[in-house]
Write a protein that binds this ligand. Structure first.
Ligand SMILES: Cc1cc2nc3c(=O)[nH]c(=O)nc-3n(C[C@H](O)[C@H](O)[C@H](O)COP(=O)(O)OP(=O)(O)OC[C@H]3O[C@@H](n4cnc5c(N)ncnc54)[C@H](O)[C@@H]3O)c2cc1C
Length: 596
């Protein structure tokens, strides 16, 4: 049976030693009271909830899946999900990072982010139900009317209702400009919606009495394409003036999808017929309003990748220390046993260390960006808000795509450590691989993330945001320039920084001649950029580990070994990626379509 132990020690390292989160939060008026003991206590309790309540439902939920009742349109998640959700609500977890004005606890996003990593490790499918509620909360808070805020935010905050995002339609996924769902204005200022949405996560379920759907639709006479999309709040049950639930609204789930992974999460086609809705934000500006939700969700998906990488690593490491098979090439390590444990084999170690380096590097990047979001939302210094927002914009596609691509690689490696036992269901490893696959697809495929990074975030602003991150690297390299012990980390970091600058300029020039050049290079480019970001954080973690070598705590020795592994065995992948990015788009576009 699989196991999961909340990685609190590494979280403490990242939060308190690497980023001094409590000191940073003290500078933000909304979070000035948040100290180290508070953060640790919350995460300890959150870890217990994840490992003791959610984790035991992971395998069974995957095997059982959801059921749909065609007559009533009801969807029932697997056994135990509802009780776990009730415990989640009773524990006050949905309110953790919500505004006290709506009943929230007002803790920073960075704490919520760490909680969610543990929920994702324990049970990604279950975590989909509350996961989008916070994103819906953020969207309504940023763009809703006072009435919408008062109606929906307290219920989303308490967890009494959950939220969804309804974008995708059968003919329109990536290209939302094609969407057809209609919204007709009514005399009372509300709208009647009609159309079909597909693949809606947690679109229908019985964990809560009501669901708030944020739906993209077109107003009559709206401009074509993405400039004619508006956003609407739709409640499963109509809400009376006093806040109580009225009659059923015209939004129904007519089936559930049967899919590769996250089987406990209901993925719902939704039919809208004469559905009551209210406009969120301005007419035709729905996509911009929805981006608040999509960006929050993209970071959440990156965090799903880290969660799965961590839990897969823990299980593979435990197995590798237990399973005996063959002898070490350099002579028996367990001479009294008929064979050595497989952890003596270099390639088994490579697979384990890959997963570990991706989990710990991903955790550092995730916490960093979550803290930036806290600054963007809560700093009283306008410059700091803007700087933080720029870095968040730059790093969001990297978090979404790099961390989820890494999770797919890492979970596959961890399955491989189990050999044939990884491929059968009993050990739980094949579920991690299946669950990890969706993270590369939804919230904008990883290809779309790479186009967003290279085309919009980097070339689109002449590299201004990239330069900001580059400055952090240059400052660090300069600080450590004379530190002999750090050269093994600082030199490759500085070298990669220069190569990325050159590659960016080269791709920018090529894109002037042929815009397809961006599409041909973007995926390789994002992976190189991801490694640059990881190299920066791994170098910073190595510095701390070197400084604390004398403490005798093996945590720092392990951290240093993992950093060395990362620089020796993973970062060099960038050389090949840069070469393929530079070969241009011609080998991709030369073949005539008919020849495929
Ligand atoms: C389990 C699950 C849960 C989901 N949950 C939700 C949800 O809660 N709400 C919601 O609205 N949607 C949800 N989705 C939908 C998901 O976001 C879409 O599947 C995704 O955005 C891709 O759209 P698509 O499937 O139509 O693929 P398409 O858009 O048809 O893309 C097909 C392929 O073409 C590539 N492609 C498309 N355009 C370009 C381009 N310009 N350049 C290069 N490549 C391109 C894509 O990367 C992809 O590889 C979910 C999907 C699944 C499977």
């Amino acid at each position: 049976m699989p196991q999961y132990h909340p990685p609190l020690r590494d979280m403490h390292f990242v939060l308190h030693e690497l980023f001094n989160v409590a000191d940073e939060l003290k500078l933000l008026p909304a979070h000035a009271d948040v100290d180290v003991p508070t953060i640790n206590a919350v995460l300890e309790e959150g870890g217990k909830f994840a490992s003791e309540v959610l984790f035991p439902l992971n395998l069974s939920g995957d095997q059982e899946g959801c059921t749909h009742d065609k007559t009533t349109h009801a969807v029932h998640p697997p056994k135990g999900y509802k009780q776990a959700y009730q415990q989640y609500v009773e524990g006050g977890w949905p309110a953790l990072a919500a505004d006290p004005a709506y009943g929230g606890q007002g803790l920073p996003i960075v704490v919520n982010h760490c909680l969610y990593e543990m929920l994702n490790s324990a049970n990604q499918a279950w975590t989909m139900y509350p996961g989008l509620s916070h994103a819906a909360y953020e969207c309504i808070r940023a763009h809703g009317t006072e009435q919408q805020k008062n109606t929906f935010l307290p219920k989303l905050t308490s967890g009494e209702w959950t939220g969804t995002m309804c974008l995708t339609e059968p003919h329109c996924g990536t290209d939302l400009g094609l969407l057809r769902t209609k919204a007709e204005p009514q005399a009372d200022g509300s709208y009647k919606l009609s159309g079909q949405k597909i693949f809606i996560s947690a679109g229908e379920h019985d964990l809560v009495p009501n669901i708030v759907h944020l739906v993209l639709a077109r107003l009559p006479g709206a401009p074509e394409g993405s400039k004619g999309i508006s956003l609407f709040a739709v409640s499963k049950y109509n809400v009376n003036a006093d806040g109580s639930l009225g009659g059923r609204n015209g939004i129904f789930c007519n089936a559930i999808e049967h899919k590769l992974g996250i089987n406990g999460s209901a993925t719902c086609p939704m039919i809208l017929e004469g559905t009551n809705g209210t406009l969120v934000g301005q007419p035709h500006k729905g996509l911009a309003a929805m981006f608040v939700m999509m960006n929050a969700a993209r970071l959440g998906v990156g965090n799903q990748g880290v969660g799965l990488t961590e839990v897969a690593y823990q299980n593979a490491a435990a197995y590798a220390k237990d399973r005996t098979q063959m002898r070490s090439l350099s002579g028996p390590k367990m001479p009294n046993q008929p064979a050595d444990t497989i952890i003596v084999h270099p390639d088994v170690r490579k697979m384990l260390l890959t997963a570990r380096a991706y989990a710990e590097g991903g955790r550092a990047l995730g916490v960093y960006i979550a803290l930036l979001i806290d600054k963007e939302l809560s700093s009283d210094d306008e410059d700091e808000r803007k700087e933080s927002a720029d870095l968040v914009a730059l790093l969001t596609p990297i978090v979404k795509a790099f961390l989820t691509d890494n999770a797919w690689l890492a979970t596959s490696h961890c399955l491989q450590v189990f050999g044939g036992h990884g491929y059968i269901k009993e050990w739980g490893m094949e579920q991690y691989v299946r669950d990890a696959r969706i993270n590369m697809i939804y919230e904008g495929t990883n290809t779309i993330q790479s186009l967003d990074l290279l085309g919009r975030k980097i070339l689109g602003d002449n590299g201004a945001k990239l330069k900001k991150f580059g400055q952090l690297i240059r400052d660090f390299v300069e600080e450590e320039g004379t530190n002999e012990a750090m050269q093994e980390f600082v030199n490759p970091l500085a070298d990669l920084g220069e190569k990325v600058t050159k590659l960016t300029t080269e791709l920018g020039m090529k894109a002037f001649g042929n815009a397809d050049e961006v599409g041909g290079a973007a995926v390789d480019y994002l992976r190189v950029a991801g490694h640059l970001v990881f190299a920066y954080f791994w170098a910073r973690m190595a510095k701390l580990a070197l400084e604390k070598q004398g403490s005798g705590d093996p945590f720092y020795t392990a951290k240093l070994h993992t950093a060395r592994f990362y620089f020796a065995k993973l970062l060099p992948e960038t050389a090949g990626l840069i070469r393929t990015a530079r070969t241009g788009v011609a080998p991709l576009m030369a073949m005539d379509e008919a020849m495929f």
